[in-house]
Design a protein around this ligand. Structure first.
Ligand code: SAM
Length: 244
């Protein structure tokens, strides 16, 4: 998958292109990530990328022309492998990003992505109308720039790409993938500060372990995120385990 990021701070993306799951995905060619900087589309000595808002008031906006040119360059690169690319503006006013959105963007039929990270007070509304396909938010709070939001989205999408994780199953067992929170996990030693690992996990009985994990997932979701359970239609086994 190709992901282009339009940003004034390309170095920030070293955090995802060099480390962890997304870093490995870049190294192995599962993800092709490239940044496009509006600053390289400026013509003045100071490489100006901000401008004053009409109507006055505090703060600046991203200058329209360099930004528009960088989006176009990013889109062309993202589409040059023959797939279409959706331009997403990271914005607190967008739809709130979640695991089902991550799954949607990771699906091969969704094509590639151009992520636009805003700065200052944001971008000119006409540019959004002309060049942006969708606005996505990572939550109801305001960040100083769209880079962290773009990285959140990028990381969540990348770990769902085939070949990104060592075990594809790990993504399937993560919280939200089946609508439930993940079960608790344990590693060595068997006893830590007087607390033992639940005996069933040492039993070697895979069916019992599966049932225990499912029951824990259901219990946690019921305790911590009952809103998630309301959205699910539980199967017979899940209903029985939840009632026990
Ligand atoms: N004036 C804008 C508003 O209130 O809607 C906020 C601008 S914010 C200071 C600067 C940039 O950070 C935005 O253009 C956007 O790209 C990014 N940003 C801020 N909060 C975000 C969020 N919750 N999700 C995604 N991007 C966000």
């Amino acid at each position: 998958m190709r992901i282009a990021v339009v940003t004034l701070f390309p170095e920030m993306f070293d955090a995802v292109s060099r480390y962890g799951v997304s870093g490995r995905a870049c190294e192995q060619g599962v993800l092709d990530l490239r940044c496009f900087n509006p600053r390289s589309h400026t013509s003045d000595r100071h490489q100006t990328v901000d401008d004053r808002p009409y109507g006055g008031g505090p703060g600046m906006l991203m200058m329209i022309q360099p930004l528009s040119d960088a989006i176009e360059e990013a889109r062309q690169w993202a589409e040059s492998d023959g797939k279409s690319a959706m331009v997403v503006y990271l914005s607190p006013q967008g739809k709130v990003f979640d695991q089902s959105a991550a799954k949607h963007f990771a699906a091969p039929e969704s094509g590639n992505l151009v992520l636009l990270a805003g700065r200052y007070e944001g971008v000119d509304e006409r540019l959004i109308q002309a060049q942006v396909d969708a606005e996505w938010s990572i939550g109801d709070y305001v960040l100083s720039g769209g880079e962290l939001a773009a990285m959140v989205m990028l990381d969540a999408v990348t770990r769902l790409l085939p070949g990104a994780l060592g075990h594809q199953q790990s993504a399937e067992q993560d919280s939200f993938s089946d609508g439930l929170l993940d079960c608790p996990h344990y590693t060595r030693p068997e006893v830590f500060q007087g607390e033992s690992v639940p005996a069933v996990l040492l039993s070697g009985n895979h069916e019992k372990i599966r049932q225990w994990r499912l029951k824990q997932s259901l219990g946690r979701t019921w305790q911590r995120r009952p809103d998630l359970l309301e959205k699910l239609s539980l199967n017979e086994e899940q209903q029985k385990l939840l009632a026990e």
